[in-house]
Write a protein that binds this ligand. Structure first.
Ligand SMILES: NC(=O)C1=CN([C@@H]2O[C@H](COP(=O)(O)OP(=O)(O)OC[C@H]3O[C@@H](n4cnc5c(N)ncnc54)[C@H](OP(=O)(O)O)[C@@H]3O)[C@@H](O)[C@H]2O)C=CC1
Ligand SMILES: Nc1nc(=O)c2c([nH]1)NC[C@@H]1CN(c3ccc(C(=O)N[C@@H](CCC(=O)O)C(=O)O)cc3)C=[N+]21
Length: 279
């Protein structure tokens, strides 16, 4: 029987701090603005955008979704990024990943004003994260670390197996885990015998986007299982872990919904507020 790592409880602690900061800014007639740049119709991005708008608005941060069609040109996307960079009412910009395949993610990332780049996509910010010099890693890796911290799960000397190597989740998370002295293995679609690796893990992080990728045969009894995946299956939101089958084996597990995602959204609002100083 696993300990359920409750993302909502972790989120609540951050929400209280955010609210206090928003109120202090309101007293000075300042409203923090977050722009969500959504190109196309990725299901997980839509779920995320909806959640973010609700959360930010509830906390007194103004969130706007700037939605471009899936066939938007690179010039159109870059023009919108420039507009948001120059808009004094916007303090954070979050381009939703993945972008449609015809768009060059690198060029969009490099166009972001580095101090408005809430997901550390700009190469300057990504480099600072990789060298351990920035506390503003992308929001999802920070959410994973916040959950581990809240439940006092010390990863030092432990073997963490991260599945997924995207620039927004897998890679930066590997850097943060390394920074906490975990021994990190990063897996991806070309990894041979994924199960042989995950079975050696003290901590498994699944960040792929494939329902039931992680089954009970892949988990060592007592392992900590962090499920980052967000998938829509028959109208329901599920992660990458076969939750019901893995729950009896794991030592601790994040549910979906109510796990990593619930903390990620809070991290975005926190990051949008960062230009106003520490919380
Ligand atoms: N809960 C939350 O807060 C968040 C959830 N998400 C969700 O997490 C998931 C991952 O997001 P993101 O990193 O952006 O996704 P990407 O699609 O950018 O990356 C997916 C990664 O999974 C790897 N992969 C694909 N198939 C397999 C496989 N069969 N075995 C092992 N690895 C595989 C890919 O390998 P390769 O590199 O070789 O292609 C790639 O590295 C998605 O479901 C997304 O919606 C994302 C951010 C936040
Ligand atoms: N640049 C970028 N950064 C991201 O972090 C990123 C992205 N692009 N593109 C899309 C994916 C997906 N993602 C989610 C985060 C939280 C929830 C979330 O809040 N989920 C809730 C509610 C789910 C529900 O509605 O039931 C939960 O899990 O409890 C969902 C999805 C971030 N992503």
């Amino acid at each position: 029987m696993a300990l359920i790592l409750d993302g909502k409880a972790v989120a609540a602690a951050y929400k209280a701090k955010i609210k206090a900061k928003v109120d202090a800014l309101a007293a000075q007639n300042i409203t923090c603005g977050l722009a969500i740049l959504l190109v196309g119709n990725d299901a997980a991005s839509r779920i995320y955008a909806d959640r973010l708008v609700k959360l930010a608005t509830g906390l007194g941060v103004q969130a706007v979704v700037r939605h471009l069609p899936a066939d938007a040109t690179e010039e159109e996307v870059l023009a919108l990024v420039c507009e948001l960079n120059e808009d004094d009412h916007i303090h954070g910009i979050l381009p939703m990943m993945p972008l449609p395949p015809h768009l060059a993610t690198d060029r969009v990332a490099a166009a972001l004003a580095p101090d408005k780049d809430v997901d550390a996509l700009h190469p300057l910010n990504a480099g600072l994260v990789a060298t351990g010099k920035s506390r503003w890693a992308p929001c999802t890796p920070r959410a994973v670390m916040a959950i581990l911290d809240y439940y006092q799960i010390d990863v030092s000397g432990k073997h963490a197996v991260v599945i997924g190597r995207s620039n927004v989740v897998g890679k930066p998370l590997a850097h943060l885990l390394l920074g906490q002295n975990a021994t990190v293995t990063v897996c991806h679609s070309k990894t041979r015998d994924l199960a042989a690796l995950t079975r050696q893990a003290d901590v498994i992080v699944a960040a792929v986007g494939r329902p039931a990728l992680i089954g009970p045969d892949m988990v060592r009894p007592g392992a900590v299982v962090i499920d980052v995946g967000i998938n829509e299956v028959n109208g329901a939101v599920v992660g990458d872990v076969d939750y019901d089958a893995v729950f009896p084996i794991a030592g601790a597990i994040t549910p979906v919904p109510g796990g990593v995602g619930a903390v990620t959204t809070v991290m975005v609002v926190e990051a949008a507020l960062r230009s106003f100083g520490d919380l």
